[in-house]
Design a protein around this ligand. Sequence first.
Ligand code: SF4
Length: 331
Amino acid sequence: MPGNPEPNPAAWPARDAVQAAPRVLVAELTHRCPLGCPYCCNPLALEPREDELDAATWARVFAEAAALGVAQVRLSGGEPGMRRDLVDIAAHAREAGLATTLVTSGVGIATRTLRDLWEAGLDRVEVSFQDADAVTADRIAGSRGAFQRKFALATEAVRLGLPLTVGVVVHRANIERIGAMVELALRLKAERVEFTWVQYRGWALKNRAALTPRPDRVARAVAEVEALRQAHRGRIAIDVSAPDRRAHGSGSFTEGAGCCSLAVTPSGRVLPFEAADCVPGLEFCNVRDRSLAEIRTRSPAFAAFRGVGCQAREAAPAGVPDDAPYAYRRM
Ligand code: SF4
């Protein structure tokens, strides 16, 4: 791909450096998305539509992933609903024997498409919510009416019998409504709510000052989540990424990199973890040129992260007002 020179295979590490097989493939089908979340981890230079892998190539990638031992694929983005061939892609994932999760903003995907996905064998749906409060949620997403559309799609998923996860990225603007978001998930009859601390990559890094919550609020939120887990045990699963040990706000985004998961970008670059392309100096191979097995076992980008824990931690900026302006992601 332009700007992504192929690493020199002569310098690739020996095969015996390889670790356990990955279990999860994150398939970033597109960077297109109708929303513009300021915490988006997509790169500032989004990969254009004309570079996206076609459905036949995704089918090959899924088959190669299954051969590696991958059990699950997360159909992600951007908004995967922007792909007209999404149902075909999901069907290919099922044909490869992978359990499939649709990771969606809930906007830009029709309920009819969701039904088609269900018929194609989709296993689960994860809908992201910016907030439990509709007005704030729409402000964060940069799109009026987004909350209602998300609510409608999540409701339809449950009606179809698809297990639903409510995904929430926690940051300064919504950290006070942790409990309300669990209530929202319960109202939607979700199986799970997953809180992720904002991770400062891509657009989130650009908006770091406006997104970072104050340390006292983080400590309170951590305690609140734990109390909610206890209170709702057996009713709904509540997952949360670990907040920064030194400060707060950044999950352990390189944990398991290249080992238990891997990600493929819309144009086919293979990353040891989502958004690894924000790490300076790494070069990534492309599934258009090489098999997934060869890339994972021998490419330097994967070797660089094997066995590495969280490397990126952010300090809390001081003196930033709660209503600091966002730079919205736009494609
Ligand atoms: S974080 Fe927001 S803008 Fe980024 S892909 Fe998800 S829904 Fe779209």
